[in-house]
Design a protein around this ligand. Structure first.
Ligand SMILES: Nc1nc2c(ncn2[C@@H]2O[C@H](COP(=O)(O)OP(=O)(O)OP(=O)(O)O)[C@@H](O)[C@H]2O)c(=O)[nH]1
Ligand SMILES: [Mg+2]
Length: 246
């Protein structure tokens, strides 16, 4: 999809790609990002934040940088696994774009949706555009019943208690104005799975405008999934906290 080029030449999109053990996925996701963003004609960079993955993701990232060039592929590794929240902060500090796109590197988020995010943002000047699995043509593929139930349940409870007016609260595939993301990240207190939900609740609190694009989310093929019981407890705690304080 081509994005109207007259409007957007002054804009640059920094795509933050945090990785931990994504050696198999990284070449594919990078290839897809470059394919779809080159087609759309926007100015962009991909910032890979690898946290010392033992599987050698960093080495793959270096190879990809050689292949595609250091203006498109920026490497901002860290020594060890320090978590997603701080990986985003680290990435933002390096970003030269005025817009930031956050996505997972495990192929759950398809880069073909990025030009749609950009188009919608430009049309309404949204502060945030969020991918949604729970509206229109959006959906989830490859999850078992338990995982679907947890995700749906989390969304449902949060909708009920906090009324955020956004259909997908726990997803992370989003586009932000850079200064908006900076402010949001600093205001968030939670870590882990609930972090994405807090971001969108805070966004409502600050009265940021939010657009939504239906996305199909595909479960990771390579690598291990980590959602466990402790994440669910954390989520419940954070929900109550946000309920009490926002
Ligand atoms: N830099 C960095 N990246 C991380 C860290 N933890 C996860 N990631 C990456 O963040 C993205 C999202 O993590 P995932 O493990 O896919 O989390 P998830 O989608 O909730 O769970 P599964 O896909 O089911 O494993 C992926 O690209 C991971 O490689 C971390 O501590 N540091
Ligand atoms: Mg994932």
């Amino acid at each position: 999809m081509e994005v109207d080029s007259g409007l957007i030449k002054r804009d640059k999109y920094s795509i933050l790609l945090p990785t931990y053990n994504e050696r198999e996925n990284l070449p594919i996701i990078i290839w897809l990002i470059i394919k779809y963003l080159d087609e759309s004609g926007v100015d962009y960079e991909v910032i890979i934040i690898d946290d010392g993955s033992p599987d050698g993701t960093s080495e793959v990232a270096r190879q990809l940088q050689k292949l595609y060039g250091s203006s498109k592929i920026v490497l901002r590794p860290r020594e060890m696994k320090l978590g997603l929240g701080t990986a985003y902060i680290h990435g933002i500090q390096q970003a030269s774009g005025n817009f930031i796109i956050i996505m997972d590197a495990d192929l759950s988020h398809h880069p073909k949706f990025i030009p749609e995010f950009i188009k919608l943002q430009l049309k309404y000047d949204y502060d945030i555009v969020s991918g949604t699995r729970y509206k229109g043509s959006g959906g989830v593929y490859g999850w078992d019943f338990k995982r679907k139930l947890i995700s749906r349940g989390a969304n449902f409870l949060t909708q009920l208690m906090l009324r955020p007016g956004v259909s997908d609260l726990t997803g992370s595939f989003r586009l932000y104005k850079k200064e908006v993301l900076e402010k949001l990240i600093l205001s968030c207190v939670s870590k882990g799975y609930v972090f994405q939900m807090e971001m969108i609740i805070r966004a409502r609190q600050f009265d940021y405008s939010i657009g939504e694009v239906p996305i199909s989310f595909v479960d990771r093929v390579y690598g291990e999934s980590k959602l466990g019981g402790s994440e669910i407890v954390q989520f419940a705690k954070a929900l109550l906290y946000l309920f009490a304080t926002t």
